[in-house]
Design a binder for this molecule. Sequence first.
Ligand code: HEM
Ligand code: HEM
Length: 547
Amino acid sequence: MSGRIERTGSDGRPPETGKGERLADWADGRLGIHALAKANMRKIFPDHWSFMFGEICLYSFLILILTGVYLTLFFEPSGVEVVYHGSYVPLNGVRMTRAYESAVNISLDVRGGLLIRQIHHWAAIVFVAGLLVHMMRVFFTGAFRKPREVNWLFGWTILMLALITGLTGYSLPDDMLSGTGIRFAQGAILSIPVIGTYLSFFLFGGEFPGHDIISRLYPVHVLLLPGIMLGLVVAHLILVFHHKHTQFAGPGRTEKNVVGAPFLPVYMAKAGGFFFLVFGVLAVMGAVATINPLWAIGPYRPDLVSTGAQPDFYLGFSEGLIRVMPGWEINAWGHTLQLGVFIPFMLFPLIMLAIAVYPFIEAWVTGDPREHHIAERPRNAPVRTAIGVAWLALYAVLLVGGGNDLWATHFQISINAITWFVRVGVFVVPALAFVVTKRFCLGLQRRDRDKALHGRESGIVKRLPHGEYVEVHNPLTQAELYTITAHEQPEPYLLGPTVDANGVTRRARRSDRLRARLAQAMYGPGSQIPKPTAEEYRELERGDGHH
Ligand code: HEM
Ligand code: HEM
């Protein structure tokens, strides 16, 4: 039996053991957890504040499950129509679905119901925000590189499912906003050529809105999607364990070791504490900040739409795509192709897909087959960092487009001006963000080079005996010097000679030419400031020491 130790006392009988030890022995004999725990519990994890975002995702996900289960006890996912006669007088006599009625009851009559509903909604927002920030941390530090590409895809799939879970979630209560969101989704489905109408009828069980959609979304929201996500989260964390966590460069840290604290007890204690911190913050948000006050918004009616109707922030960019797209449509053979909706509907997954495939594109461009366990500083990969910021800029511009009505009413701007700003901005702002970020990174690289060669400016100006003024520079410690010069500066992939030894012309394949051009853009002279060489450093050391 693995890991089990049979002990005897001096008289040959088993010694007296404590209750806890006997229980542990009993469990180990049946589950074999001793060897598993021994092998993993002391695993070392490196530390950095940015590694906390993954944990925020994990804890807010757990809180969503906990609060969601409570909501299922009272929520009735039914499209059946009723007339309200409850405790909220302004709605008395109003026709609504059972779903809406039960959500109003959860908010106003069920003990703790409003708090749990609001925690659930805030947790959803923090969860998706956490996912985006965590993903960006991984992106900007190159932590998606080999061997973590598959884990990147797992994470990305979780993000996509989280967006859909959020959409199905805020569609459930069937208030005015929910219905508007579902109508938006139905419009997008209708725009799919040929099958759009059939698909809509199939999903809604007939004409929109019908009576079926809430009861159909319900199992998807509470069981199917969270179930798949839970499986993926477990797989994601097993892979983080298996690959070991990346660490930032520093003295004593190599591609082959991990410097940090052990999982048990240090991280276990920290993680436990952090879980309660996240729960505490979400509970305070749920207690003091109103979110989706659906009793005030009213039940959904297909012939109405409220002003300022907005999706939750994470879907705002898809709304932006639709709002700023010109209303193009093609009418032919008695059919309408609604390009004004269909094009943005297709762009949405494409923008997301670009993130999914990025690690594979970068690996192809660099042609680098090695594993990477040292996280890069964003400045040392200027083009990647600039691509990330450009993506965020596009997201932000589209978010402005998605809230064009709010910008118009809050800042007294014409809605057409905002629409045109977004139409132009979609192309210009990401390009600008790319250029500025790249220059910024190069500037930071230059500063690192300067610091490595000349030390840190001390702010002390000295006058030398012959009258010259010099500023004193304090040299960096060896550890600091190592940290800022540890990164690699890869040579870009180059095309081989176009003429071989026999004088025969060899035309490079188009894909190779593209790869060489992209590699040049990523690692060519315009994208790297050469690190100081040991020779340059020694030369300065030999000099008179002031600069
Ligand atoms: C990643 C996971 C999840 C996300 C992003 C999410 C998001 C949401 C959102 C935004 C709402 C609307 C809340 C409101 O009324 O203002 C909602 C409602 C709801 N969710 Fe979730 N949820 C998740 C997981 C779960 C799970 C695991 C369950 C159940 C086990 C659940 C059960 C419910 C129920 C019953 C409602 C309707 C109650 C109501 O709106 O009053 N959710 N969800
Ligand atoms: C529910 C969703 C998620 C949970 C609970 C989660 C959790 C975690 C945790 C706890 C870590 C280790 C600590 C850290 O680096 O923050 C981690 C690492 C990682 N995550 Fe996630 N994550 C989620 C979603 C994502 C997403 C959306 C992506 C990317 C698209 C992603 C990609 C990665 C990668 C590549 C690593 C390894 C990073 C490294 O070793 O430096 N994860 N995740």
